[in-house]
Design a binder for this molecule. Sequence first.
Ligand code: ATP
Ligand code: LTN
Length: 343
Amino acid sequence: MTQIHSQAPVPSEKKVMLSAVQPSNRLTLGNYLGALKNWVQLQSQFDCLFFAVDLHAVTVRQDPKELKEQTYRAIATYIAAGIDPNSVTLFAQSHVPQHAELAWILNCFVYMGELGRMTQFKDKSAKQDQNISVGLFTYPALMAADILLYKTHLVPVGEDQKQHLEITRDIAHRMNQIYGSDLFTIPEVYIPPVGARIMSLQNPLSKMSKSDPDPNSAVYLTDSDDQIRKKLKRAVTDSGSDIVYSEEKPGIRNLIDIQSAITGRSTQQITDAYAGKQYGHLKVETAELVAATVGPIRNRTEELLRDTSYLDSLLKKGAEKAKTRASNTLKDVYERIGFIPRG
Ligand code: ATP
Ligand code: LTN
């Protein structure tokens, strides 16, 4: 009898693509345009792993109930955005203990000076000048472990993560030099040509971020169409009235970037279409495009969240698959380092 496989076998020649988001709050339009949208577009060409980095999220204080909800929500949002749960490996980082184990080893091959130069660490520690956790400082070692455990070739992320990819490559090169050039695959970063850095709607000089305390600064993928319209109407724009794409007009440029990332039209085509029009037109039309993009994702996420047992079954299956792969790499690392095999 013919067997129907719910899951297509992964052809061995497919390269590995991997990425993740912190379940530290509801995801934003920036997370979608800078990361998820590209995962969806590239997924069929790669052997993919996508996960929610709950271990990373606790580098700053999280409410336990919220963290659990946001972790389910992150996984549901990936699927709602178009990730195919039957062909990729989906899991929660804390379900695969090899991430924390390899992170320890990598902590011993990365230097204080290197970690101290990380922009994300500097930004986040500036926001909480007291009680900066050691975890926040060594965050990049855990991220490097996430990536190196699976011999990853490509990591699609937004612009802000480029520095973390560079340090991952440096750690991998360093260890390959000591223990053999076939230990780790050196990953490449994929940063989308548009949408890689969506800015805050309230301060277009800083990045839209899901943990920004001002809810008007970001469009969340949970926002209603009305909330989206209101937020874009209130978006901080620049003096003057001409719709031009320039450094001097970061607010206007951000709205044009959002349109460009959603529609695929060039920033030039978009500005040409607004010749002679007012900021108000740009805001209203951007709001409609954003609402049309976010609406179906929001609705599908809510549907998926009604059945957490389905999500649990996906996470269980995903963690099993990930564990098998991760434990092979970790075993190899331990042996090369000189640990006695576990027998
Ligand atoms: P937090 O505020 O909790 O640090 P964040 O919104 O910055 O969260 P992350 O979980 O750090 O989001 O990032 C998840 C993915 O989304 C990464 O690939 C990151 O580069 C991308 N990303 C985050 N913010 C933006 C943005 N404003 N524009 C484009 N991509 C973004
Ligand atoms: N640091 C990332 C989240 C992250 C990640 C990863 C992204 C953790 N591990 C591995 C890609 C690959 C962030 O977006 N803040």
